[in-house]
Design a protein around this ligand. Structure first.
Ligand SMILES: [Zn+2]
Length: 457
């Protein structure tokens, strides 16, 4: 507490800009600024400036990527890129190094990925910054090893999310409860990186009554906790298999595994799931992709298919700004086309661009709540693949993610696109946003044409 506060006060008086206050690494490791005075002098001002600007813009994260003699700062607000400043490479290096130091990392190590946590305060709100660095591709201009940086923000004051808060549909909650209490099998929760996967996965865990069923967590969740679900400490020298057996002896019903990436761990989980239920989070584009990755980790399609019970996935979509969204009456053709009930009377869309004043030619002030973006904050939509006999057969037979996705569609299982219509009906988002999120890359429904041959010149 109070770290750098004196300097901040001076800066605030001079520039009247509110700066972030760094409050120490989440792992308790104190940054030795005495020993790194030069780095502190070069890195602290720019770190405070960039982090404060990101928070002022309500960014979910920002990235620093070296490009030749400069490094690009990019802010991501509601998942949309906003360009930040281009920094000289030396200054960018100082920025990366100081954030590594403040978040409990090792500044001498620059050739391996690192991950740390940093507590901060901005406008009286507490934030946790996840600081991730990794070596950048070598370049002549960089003069020594350069690193890429990603800093992810989490407002720790936001109350612990419940399945209801994030809108997990009833059908998914019920499936989770059914499988989680059956003392066998695996539930996977998947999503893309930086999409709030852990929040969704912990909400899935909170669907289970932890007073009726004894759940344990294995792995690191940072500062997050789940009521009545303790983290199970692995004894030194104990294998994972041994740890699972100890949990079983402690009458555990369910084990939650943070981030599944290691094939050996995945194999142990499959073995363990014969007489205990597991829930695990894993990075993947969607549920079908998650199944394919899991099969790859396990290395045995038949065994993976036998033990996997349910895969949940999410996507984030932008919510319309409540201050400036526009209501309109949709025509019946549009409703039929997107699959909304024909009696729907009102839908909402992003405010249309403001026209300049006829007399003065001046543009009116943009909406203050969203700075004219038309959107503010994001909401999750969900997808679920219940491993039915048919899907099990496809997985066991070595079917790819496209075959699994197709079968889930035939079985009319819940997908993100369908679930997103719920938010459209509630007026939370608009059809344009759905089109942006769910259109295949390269534009909506573009047919594959054979390459046109250029006429000879
Ligand atoms: Zn607005």
């Amino acid at each position: 507490m109070g770290l750098f506060s004196k300097k901040q006060d001076i800066e605030e008086e001079e520039e009247e800009i509110e700066y972030v206050l760094f409050q120490g690494a989440t792992n308790g490791k104190e940054a030795n600024l005495e020993e790194n005075q030069k780095l502190a002098a070069a890195g602290l001002p720019i770190a405070k400036e960039i982090v404060s600007e990101a928070l002022a813009q309500r960014a979910d994260l920002f990235k620093v990527e070296p490009q030749g003699p400069k490094a690009l700062v990019t802010y991501y607000v509601d998942g949309i890129k906003r360009p930040g400043p281009r920094l000289p490479i030396q200054q960018a290096n100082a920025l990366v190094q100081i954030l590594k130091l403040l978040s409990g990392g090792d500044i001498k190590v620059r050739d391996k990925p690192q991950r740390g946590g940093l507590n901060a305060k901005y406008r009286d709100l507490p934030f946790e910054l996840t600081v991730k660095s990794r070596p950048a591709p070598p370049s002549k201009e960089a003069k020594g090893p350069a690193e890429q940086l990603t800093v992810v923000f989490r407002n720790t004051k936001t109350k612990r999310a419940t399945p209801e808060d994030i809108g997990i549909p009833e059908v998914i909650k019920q499936k989770v409860r059914d499988y989680a209490t059956s003392n066998a099998g695996i539930i996977l929760v998947v999503g893309p990186p930086e999409s709030g996967l852990t929040t969704t996965a912990l909400c899935a865990l909170r669907c289970v009554d932890s007073y009726m069923y004894q759940c344990f967590i294995i792995g690191n969740l940072g500062t997050r906790t789940v009521l009545n679900v303790p983290i199970f400490k692995q004894e030194e020298g104990h294998t994972l298999e041994h740890t699972f057996m100890r949990i079983q002896r402690n009458e555990g019903n369910l084990i939650y595994m943070a981030e599944l990436t290691d094939p050996a761990v995945a194999k142990d989980v499959v073995k363990g799931s014969i007489d205990m239920c597991f829930m695990a989070e894993m990075y993947a584009r969607d549920a079908a992709d998650g199944i394919a990755r899991f099969v790859e980790l396990v290395g045995d399609p038949a065994l993976a298919a036998e033990q996997l019970k349910l895969v949940i996935s999410h996507k984030l979509i932008r919510k319309l700004c409540p201050k400036c969204k526009e209501a309109f009456r949709p025509n019946p053709k549009l409703l039929a086309q997107v699959g909304l009930p024909e009696e729907t009377e009102t839908l909402y869309r992003k405010a249309r661009p403001v026209e300049p004043d006829e007399k003065t030619g001046e543009l009116p002030e943009p909406c203050r709540a969203c700075e004219g973006a038309g959107f503010r904050a994001r909401s999750a939509v969900f997808e679920m693949i219940d491993i039915t006999e048919d899907i099990k057969g496809i997985i066991a037979g070595g079917g790819d993610s496209a075959a699994i996705r197709q079968q889930a569609k035939v079985e009319k299982q819940l997908n993100c696109q369908k679930d997103a219509l719920r938010l459209v009906l509630e007026g939370e988002t608009g059809l344009d946003e759905l089109q942006r999120v769910f259109s295949p890359p390269g534009g909506p429904r573009r047919k594959k044409k054979p390459a046109r041959r250029r006429p000879p010149e």
